[in-house]
Design a protein around this ligand. Structure first.
Ligand code: KE4
Length: 428
């Protein structure tokens, strides 16, 4: 029995499903989750000494690669001064100033401890600012596990096959309206049925929790126009796309400005950090300035800020990183496209920048319904085939592949060779 299997046997006795986050549990692909011992650059190493070329990157934070020396050194240096004070620190001011420099439409920002907390707080700010209760989200988009967001959500909710979560009171879910991604008519219909009641529309500007779905720009522009016309706020959930596509994220990539934006993952460089920000007039409803309460013992934690700041400064000062990173992502997607055509397999590849997803369906994946046509069993075989070949992708058809700055062209060729071997098996 491998040590991962031994650890998993122990874990399931004390932790629900043996994991501290469901998506790690190999639920939809089967088998034993690998317990990771350490990681560096583009590689992870499990407790049995197996090396993996990693396309999870901690689900996004590791844009520079695992255990980046600049980040590690910043954490060690900060830790020597103390872990947490429950009082203001200089590093929080610098972090806020750096984010506002990198994303000019962000006039004010508040640090929290996760993407979930960022989304929960941004929605509360929108409700406080507009005096309205209802929220429009999109089927297949995942915005963390706050009650109001667990309605037709993506990521682990979609992977587990449950349409929504139990434990969410009807009183809460009734104010969450779900529209179809890439479909403005479904939004217009909801707005007409709930005239003057919608506080905000929250959207993943590139949906990366039903695989990866890059919307038409006109869809996002349409949301912007609808919010302007209806007096609702537009929230871009950039927990994944923020600081990944380019320094100013998806808002810069599409040239569309939301009223609020949420961050996570990259902003903490692997430490627990989320953030929400945007228009100063909206952010000023947040306590202690305004009447919308939001707080957190470890919000703006100095160690986490040091980690995030080290990563953001590297990205800010070396924009050429994005050129190489996005070219590597493009090389992966182009290679997969060529293999799909060569072997005529019923697959699609979606993505942008350093994000990619190979779907096992012949449908063009543009939303939740088309994403759900994917052959989950075939994906499970693909997942384990790659894992046995030392390539670790997310254990779910509905998660993205994350390319890091540490991934080399040779790594991409190795990955494409693995995918080609699998396609040869299934093309017969
Ligand atoms: P966290 O609370 O997990 O930090 O962030 C929630 C969240 C919010 N918004 C978007 C767009 C997100 O992708 C996420 C979290 N992403 C998943 C991966 N698809 C986290 C992985 C997990 O749940 O373990």
């Amino acid at each position: 029995m491998s040590y991962s299997e031994q650890l998993f046997e122990r874990a399931i006795c004390k932790i629900p499903g043996g994991v501290n986050s469901p998506v790690r549990a190999f639920l939809s692909v089967g088998g034993t989750p690998r317990f990771i011992d350490h990681a560096k650059g583009q590689y992870m190493y499990d407790v049995d000494g197996n090396q993996y070329l990693d396309y999870i990157g901690s689900w996004g934070p590791m844009i520079l690669g695992h255990n980046n020396d600049l980040v590690k050194d910043a954490v060690i240096k900060a830790a020597e001064r103390g872990l947490s004070f429950g009082a203001a620190t200089e590093v929080e001011v610098i972090m806020a100033e750096v984010v506002c420099q990198m994303v000019p439409f962000v006039e004010m920002i508040r640090m929290v401890n996760s993407g979930t907390e960022a989304v929960m707080s941004a929605i509360r700010a929108a409700r406080g600012f507009t005096g309205r209760d209802k929220v429009i989200k999109f089927e297949g988009c995942y915005h963390g596990h706050a009650d109001s967001m667990l309605v037709k959500a993506g990521s682990g909710v979609m992977t587990s096959g449950i349409p929504s979560s139990s434990g969410v009171p009807n009183g809460c879910a009734k104010d969450t309206l779900t529209a179809r991604y890439n479909d403005l008519d479904s939004v217009i219909q909801l707005m007409e049925q709930n005239k003057g009641e919608v506080a905000c529309i929250i959207v993943e500007p590139i949906a990366a929790n039903m695989g990866v779905v890059v919307p038409d720009r006109a869809f996002l522009q349409g949301l912007r126009d609808i919010c302007n016309a209806e007096g609702s706020l537009l929230i871009f959930d950039e927990v994944i796309t923020g600081f990944r596509l380019q320094a100013d994220g998806a808002s810069g990539y599409f040239h569309i400005i939301p009223d609020l934006v949420t961050y996570g993952k990259i902003i903490g460089a692997g430490m627990p950090v989320g953030a929400y920000g945007g228009r100063a007039d909206v952010m000023k409803v947040i306590s202690p300035v305004g009447s919308v309460y939001q707080a957190g013992t470890l919000s703006g934690n100095p160690i986490a800020m040091a980690a995030g700041l080290a990563q953001l400064n590297e990205l800010k000062e070396h924009p050429e990183i994005y050129i190489k990173l996005n070219a590597t992502g493009q090389m992966l997607r182009d290679g997969i496209t060529a293999l799909i055509q060569k072997y005529d397999v019923p697959c699609q590849v979606n993505g942008a920048g350093s994000l990619a997803c190979l779907y096992f369906t012949k449908e063009n994946v543009i939303d939740y319904e088309t994403a759900k046509t994917a052959d989950i069993e075939q994906f499970a075989k693909y997942f384990h085939f790659l894992l046995e070949h030392g390539i670790y992708i997310g254990p779910s058809q509905f998660e993205a592949m994350f390319v890091s700055y540490a991934h080399t062209e040779q790594n991409i060729m190795q990955t494409l060779d693995g995918i080609e071997e699998f396609f040869i098996k299934i093309a017969k």
